[in-house]
Design a protein around this ligand. Structure first.
Ligand SMILES: [Zn+2]
Length: 282
């Protein structure tokens, strides 16, 4: 993926796959800085991917947008944030950092997050996947993340007493109180050893406790999943029904980075009628 042609093709096929899976809105993250080894400029990388998204989603029910990711271990986050703002009216809706958490706390990229804030931009931070509460705390209380990528380790701030009642610490309360969206990726978390099985995944308890839980694939290729297969896994293990899937889907749409009126239109005109149709089928 080091040429414009290859990037556009992968992006097009990504959009085609998502549309075929019944996805109506997607935010796909990628790291432009990983695609410059053969001399492409960052803007050329971004343009190729957006071209591919447009081609692959044309004529489908899919609206697809990009999040530009900066690598935590590198030092290009401000540059990537600037690109996210430069491209924001052309298919980029936000900024993200990803990569190894240990040793690379979110605050290392504070200048990039502050740039996004000053530009009234949106961003999510991968935090609390492998690393614990300090990473989540920094992402929210120093870096002001709009959403948390994974965030599963928020469980470290929730105790369940012998009667089965959950007792939330201050950070867990904050996350729930201000409705911080948690971008949960069950299969990926099992693959990377965050939890032993889907059955042990925190999504069950966090959903019961009414955190703003959303379901994501993290990566479709390495984990060999689709959004539908992720939902199917939750149905199998937790006995979720259509109403649970609708709740999770509406949560995700509410948490999207496109403007409020567009989110509302997708929820009311596409997502809810879609679920009404399957729910009335029984
Ligand atoms: Zn991830």
């Amino acid at each position: 993926m080091q040429t414009a042609g290859a990037l556009a093709r992968v992006a097009r096929e990504c959009a085609e796959d998502l549309a075929a899976d019944g996805v109506v809105y997607a935010e796909v993250r990628f790291a432009p800085e990983l695609h410059v080894e053969r001399g492409l400029a960052l803007d050329a990388v971004i343009e190729a991917v957006l071209d591919g998204f447009r081609a692959g989603s044309a004529g489908t029910g899919l609206k697809i947008r990009a999040l530009l990711t900066a690598m935590r271990h590198a030092a290009r986050s401000l540059e990537i944030a600037e690109a996210a703002v430069r491209w924001r009216d052309r298919g980029v809706v936000g900024f993200d950092i990803a990569g190894a958490e240990a040793g690379y706390p979110p605050s290392r990229h504070l200048d990039a997050f502050q740039f996004m804030q000053r530009a009234n931009g949106h961003y999510t931070i991968h935090a609390g996947e492998a690393f614990g509460l300090p990473s989540i705390w920094e992402a929210l209380q120093w870096c002001n993340a709009d959403r948390l990528g994974h965030g599963v380790r928020i469980m470290d701030d929730i105790a369940v007493d012998p009667d089965g009642n959950a007792v939330l610490g201050q950070l867990a309360n904050y996350v729930r109180d201000v409705r911080v969206p948690l971008e949960m990726c069950p299969t990926s978390n099992v693959d990377t050893g965050v939890c032993a099985s889907i059955a042990e995944h925190p999504i069950r308890l966090l959903r019961e406790l009414h955190f703003r839980v959303t379901v994501n694939t993290d990566n479709r290729l390495m984990s060999g999943v689709t959004l539908s297969s992720e939902f199917a896994g939750l149905v199998d293990v937790f006995d979720y029904g259509w109403s649970d899937i609708r709740w999770l889907t509406v949560n995700a749409m509410k948490s999207a980075f496109i403007p409020f009126d567009q989110r509302l239109a997708l929820i009311n005109d596409v997502i809810k009628p879609g679920f009404d149709a399957v729910l009335s089928d029984g």
